[in-house]
Ligand binder design. Structure first.
Ligand code: 3H9
Length: 711
């Protein structure tokens, strides 16, 4: 059809009922064509003398997943979704929304504006706008509390979680469930039944969920108090609570008007831009050339070599995905420890009453252990997670090459070693890949999929398929020291150490980084992970370090004293009696002072802004180098890595998106200014210079097909 409005919305007559079908694949997002088409269709059906009821359905497997997020940031085109919803609610004939699959955000708001809701059992309902830096903006904050009460509505809108059909029925968000997969049939049956009973319109604006004012007020206050902890620095959660307060205090139409204003403020906020970038980036990262070119190999069983924290976490991750796991360790004692590490995770869940002992037994029935590599002969994929040493890993891969069946994927969990060298010790480098999990591996979302030179495309595709199964966020990375994440991390940690030696305290740096939105600062993070890890790396690299490069010894002084962080009771901070919140340590301050004096560095003051600018500039500059070298496919891969593996605040979109929002000229100017003090460390990335010269940003490199750096 030539007219996009007609294509996006179709009306068909079924006796006395008009069915309006919203069709905007894949998820029927409410684009301009859908909005205007729906408005016209509702008006026509309402005016149709032969029609007695209206059913709204989505085409395909979903009702409607919400407003079309791709349109945000562009000039709004009427009609707005709230106008359309109000028109639906005002209809003089009963309107039934028949839901299947996603009924989210503006999609659910359309359903709430309808007079009756029937849901198929696969329906998922929610108001997830908050996850995009938004709030429901088409009546959700006013209609949902009236329908299901303020406590449930606040929970839905502040968590962004999806309800299944049964939960939605229980809350009163839908009226009926229907079997099967035909939403139109379910809607027609519901409409027929209602007409037979003489039902007319039943408007959500008249629902009585806020009748108990005291209960609603208490829920609003509890939600507001909760925000101080859960929504640090975020705009939209507070606006949601305000909107529910308005829904309680003001007439329906006034509350709607204020909702719209607040929604537009959220739309205009950089947090919305950051969060929506993150949403799309997490989908774009899946689009890698190998995954398009090849079909994944089937994976029905997994082997894990090494039962330490990492190996056990990986095993749990695979077990949780329903896969059988064989763990191999070097001796019976290590194997027993490995099994205990796995069981510890499930025991913790039992303790928190998240699973039962029976659940644990069911999972552990899929687990087996052995001290003999031969136990891995039949598995489809092995992940090696032994001690981080190239010779040790090469030895493991020789064993795997000997025992594993042809076509098995052989993966290493190394976090910085040369995977090409590991692959080279096998006779099957085409099957060797890096799967870099982050600790705790059963919790952290990020999975760096590290692609060595000789790996076959279907092995890369298999790794992406496995990531999906493990519910991980995969990012494709090239081979280099540290891949995407740890390579960039090393640079901004250095920048933090330079600031430390130049005058900032660990507490100041950590506080500035937390205020930016990180859950913790770099020194707190080292104390959590253990300072000995970085110390070992520094010692390993000492011989090859550029003698001209600045080197800060403060961390070594701490490690020499055995101060590795939380596990030793002190590190950058003190942790008396096993506490987990660190206290400032005067002895650390004295060590820092002594190191400054030794080098003749007079301490200078850093503001929180100075700290963040240097920290971010180091991150972005190295990020640009990682992109230019093809270690990351696109800037967005760097963003997804840092949001999901390194605590970068999601609402800022990742370091590269943040740089775009700040403006690349400013980032480059900062780097050039810092280079006055240390030209070796602060060498601007050529890609950054080229982009600034061309007036372009990182986003211009994000689209796969034309991701060419400027010349
Ligand atoms: C809103 O509604 C505001 C209103 O309150 C007020 C208005 C005034 N728009 O995730 P998938 C694309 S805010 C545009 O891979 P799944 C997605 O990018 C919105 N595109 O599939 C992908 O494209 P591609 C509130 C969208 O099965 C494709 O669809 N709603 C939208 O794993 C498939 O998606 C939400 O926050 C959209 N709204 O999951 C819901 N949604 O193939 C956001 C998806 O080119 N969406 N796409 O990469 C989701 O949570 C999931 O996409 C969903 C499907 C659960 C629906």
């Amino acid at each position: 059809m030539s007219n996009p409005t007609e294509a996006a919305v179709r009306s068909s007559r079924h006796g006395e009922v008009i069915v309006i079908t919203l069709a905007n694949p894949p998820v029927n997002a409410i684009s301009h064509a859908v909005r205007s088409g729906l408005l016209a269709a509702i008006e026509a059906a309402d005016a149709d003398p032969d029609a007695r009821a209206i059913v709204i359905v989505g085409e395909g497997a979903n009702f409607v997943a919400g407003a079309d997020i791709r349109e945000f940031g562009r000039p709004p085109q009427p009609p707005s979704v709230p106008e359309v919803c109000n028109r639906i609610e005002a209809c003089a004939k009963p309107v039934v929304a028949a839901l299947r699959g996603a009924a989210l955000g503006g999609g659910l708001e359309i359903a709430l504006a309808a007079h009756y809701r029937v849901a198929l059992r696969d329906a998922r309902l929610g108001l997830p706008e908050v996850l995009l830096g938004l709030m429901p903006g088409a009546g959700g904050t006013v209609r949902a509390p009236r329908l299901i009460g303020a406590p449930a509505a606040l929970d839905l809108m502040l968590s962004g979680r999806h309800l299944d059909a049964a939960q939605a029925l229980k809350l009163g968000l839908v009226d009926q469930l229907a079997d099967g997969d035909d939403a139109q049939a379910a809607g027609l049956a519901d409409a027929a039944e209602r007409l037979a009973r003489g039902a007319g319109p039943r408007r959500s604006r008249d629902a009585q969920g806020l009748a108990d004012r005291a209960a609603a007020q208490a829920a609003i206050e509890a939600a507001r108090a909760g925000l101080a902890k859960s929504a640090r620095g975020l705009l939209s959660p507070g606006k949601i609570v305000d909107a529910v307060q308005n829904a309680l205090d003001l007439p329906f139409d006034e509350a709607l008007k204020l909702e719209r204003q607040a929604f537009l403020e959220c739309i205009a906020s950089p947090q919305r831009a950051g969060l929506i970038h993150a949403f799309f980036a997490e989908r774009e990262v899946l689009k890698v050339p190998e995954a398009r070119a090849a079909a994944p190999r089937p994976i029905a069983s997994v082997g894990v070599v090494g039962g330490g924290t990492m190996g056990a976490g990986i095993a749990v991750s695979a077990l949780d995905a329903g896969l059988p796991v064989v763990m191999v360790e070097r001796d019976a004692e290590a194997l027993a420890r490995g099994r205990a590490n796995v069981e510890k995770v499930y025991d913790g869940l039992i303790h928190k009453q998240r699973i039962t002992a029976d659940d644990k037994a069911t999972v552990m029935a899929r687990y087996s252990g052995s001290t003999d590599y031969a136990a891995l002969a039949a598995v489809d994929l092995v992940i090696e997670a032994v001690y981080e040493n190239l010779d040790v890993k090469k030895d493991v891969f020789q064993q795997l090459d000997r025992v594993c069946k042809r076509g098995a994927v052989l993966a290493t969990n190394t976090s910085y070693l040369d995977i090409d060298a590991i692959a080279a010790v096998t006779a099957r480098p085409q099957d060797v890949i890096g799967l870099h999990f982050f600790s705790p591996a059963n919790i952290m979302k990020l999975l760096e999929i590290v692609v060595p030179a000789k790996v076959a495309p279907d092995v890369v595709a298999t790794a992406f398929a496995l990531a999906k199964r493990l519910k991980k966020v995969p990012v494709r990375a090239g081979v280099c020291d540290g891949f995407i994440g740890n390579r960039i991390l090393a640079r901004y940690r250095e920048a933090a150490e330079y600031m430390l030696e130049d005058g900032a305290s660990p507490q100041q740096i950590d506080a500035a980084v937390r205020d930016f939105g990180y859950p913790m600062g770099p020194f707190q993070m080292i104390d959590l992970a253990g300072g000995d890890i970085g110390w070992a790396t520094r010692k390993r690299k000492a011989a090859t370090r550029d003698p001209k490069a600045r080197y800060v010894e403060i961390a070594d002084r701490l490690c020499e004293r055995g101060w590795f962080g939380q596990k030793t009771g002190r590190g950058w901070y003190l942790y008396p009696q096993g506490t987990r919140t660190g206290q400032a340590d005067p002895e650390v301050a004295a060590i820092i002072d002594a190191e400054r004096s030794k080098k003749g560095i007079p301490p200078r003051a850093f503001s929180a802004e100075d700290i963040v600018r240097r920290y971010l500039a180091a991150m972005v500059n190295e990020g640009a180098k990682v992109v230019a070298e093809g270690i990351a496919l696109r800037p967005l891969d760097v963003d997804v890595t840092f949001i999901n593996g390194y605590g970068f605040p999601r609402h800022r979109g990742g370091p590269m998106k943040y740089a775009d929002m700040v403006g690349l000229p400013r980032i480059l100017a900062d780097i050039r200014a810092f280079a006055q003090e240390d030209p070796l460390f602060w060498q601007p990335a050529p890609l950054l210079e080229q982009l600034v010269a061309a007036g372009r940003d990182f986003a211009s490199l994000n689209h796969n097909d034309h991701a060419q750096p400027p010349r």
